[in-house]
Ligand binder design. Structure first.
Ligand SMILES: [Zn+2]
Length: 243
């Protein structure tokens, strides 16, 4: 899928927390939206434990984070957001989470799925691994009509997602030039004001990461993914063309 022409393409992103999409793929999401994609962001928790202040009220924090996410979505032109309401910090790749994602895949019929790479080694956040695992496993359920047949009553039938881009990848094989949208990514991240970790350190880290990634494809800034393409019964990870 060429990210330059995405007119009318349906893109679905599965994140664990508000701000995950921006941190790992914000430049890419802004670029896809600019190119005409309709982006749905699915957030498995509400990020209600995302604070280092022990006096924080989790319900109030969740409400604030939803407002911040909406502002970030407006910045990146993400069309809609869905919260699944699982507990922050205790997300599990549960049958319930997979059923919710299966129903969303059948309802929205994404042509491209972005999710955490569940095979990322040394990933320290369990929610990121659980969200990635559930997102990938629900893909199979969504395409097999005997899984979760009750969605048929709502008119949502089996759907095969033809392409996956896994962010925070263990083995990147796809890089997106985000030179034109990297500033928007940082702007969207700053809109998550409750996450006061966005200091100079974070900006420096992300900028250096995007620069190093861009160097590999000869551009100023890039984000990287593990891309999987599904053709019929075959799923393959295209290798990076050798230079
Ligand atoms: Zn996260």
């Amino acid at each position: 899928m060429a990210e330059e022409n995405m007119i009318g393409k349906r893109v679905l992103v599965v994140a664990a927390h508000p701000d995950d999409g921006e941190w790992y793929a914000g430049g890419t999401l802004a670029k896809l939206a600019r190119a005409g994609a309709q982006i749905t962001l699915v957030i498995c928790t509400e990020g209600e434990k995302g604070s280092y202040d022990p006096d924080t009220n989790p319900l109030a924090l969740a409400a604030q984070r939803k407002q911040e996410q909406q502002a970030a979505n407006d910045c990146l032109r993400i069309a809609q957001v869905v919260y699944l309401g699982h507990p922050d910090g205790a997300l599990e790749n549960s049958p319930e989470l997979r059923r919710q994602l299966t129903a969303l895949y059948r309802r929205h019929r994404p042509e491209l799925l972005l999710a955490f790479d569940p095979w990322k080694r040394y990933e320290l956040h369990p929610d990121h691994l659980a969200a990635g695992r559930a997102a990938v496993e629900a893909r199979l359920a969504a395409r097999m009509p005997l899984f979760d047949p009750q969605t048929r009553a709502q008119g949502w039938i089996a759907w095969t997602i033809p392409e996956l881009w896994l962010f925070n990848p263990e083995a990147p094989n796809h890089r997106v030039d985000v030179s034109d949208t990297f500033a928007l990514k940082l702007q969207a991240l700053r809109l998550h004001a409750s996450q006061n970790v966005w200091g100079d350190d974070s900006v420096q880290f992300l900028t250096e990461q995007a620069r190093a990634c861009g160097e590999k494809i000869g551009c100023a800034r890039a984000e990287e993914f593990h891309r999987i393409v599904i053709e019929g019964a075959i799923a393959r990870s295209p290798s990076v063309p050798s230079a």
